[in-house]
Design a protein around this ligand. Sequence first.
Ligand SMILES: [Zn+2]
Length: 340
Amino acid sequence: MIELIETDTVPEALLQLEDATRIRDIFPHPALLRLEGERREALFVTVLLHGNEDTGLFAIQALLKKYARRKLPCTLLVFFGNVYAAAEGLRRLPGQPDYNRVWPGGSERDSDEADLIDRVTARVTAEPLFASIDIHNNTGKNPHYGCINRLTPDFLQLASLFSRTVVYFETPRGVQSLAMAEHCPAVTVECGKPGEARGTEHAASFVETLLHLEAFAHHPPRRDEIDVYHTAVQVKIPDRYTFSFTDKDADLHLLAELENDNFTELPEGTLFAARRPGSEAHFEAFDDEGRERSRDYFIIESDEIRLKKAMMPSMITLDERVIRQDCFCYLMERVILPEG
Ligand SMILES: [Zn+2]
């Protein structure tokens, strides 16, 4: 059983922390901090579900410094998640499940981590929850954007308070925002790469805006205020093929320039990769139901792999380890919202 630290006071050392790998000096185990506010409504924020993504931690630190001598506008609950991986500067430790896949509703529920998350969820959902924010970083050049699992006015407003770029997704299951969506408007915010001051400031001001917000309006944001995209497929490279951005002898030669096209709508025929002549290498593209649908999204002609239709990529990264462990990118298409 994983210990859950529960506290209603801000440790002084948390305000001085400069390096997320020292988080266990303050919280040796995952921790739930509850701070009473002027209003009873509670805002729930999770940080460090991925140990190497420190923007949420430092955004909360900035906010707690600002409110060190005054009461918060509303009650704030902060869950400091995978402190074990954070201490090592890793997303998760070898052998650990992903702390953002073990929330209620997921399939990886038979673990000590899922049991920990159940205890956190029980505590948090006993409060009059107003909204939930899960703060993350990613690799690659991406704009800051929010991810939501429902297209109702309150979820759209919550996300648009962070960024006009919004991603709507239904899988993977077991993520914080999907679990919390059962209780209140919930968003996952992607704040660029870890360690960037711009990301920390943006996340902190977003959380502070929410602390002051008393209610969501009943109408959605106007169409020209928000760009919503839906993830159509996750693009992977089968393990049996080698790939490289630099080595033209690899089975798949990927184009490094594509990293600049994250969140850019690319036309049909855009070149994604070239394969070594004689190789059978190709991408695989999985939709929400796990069906392999690369033939619907890519065409291969003369060993060049091109987009079969106009799509917008996200999360393209040059990090070969991330590509191998996770994926090369996602392909998204625009969601047309009903007129607000
Ligand atoms: Zn993350």
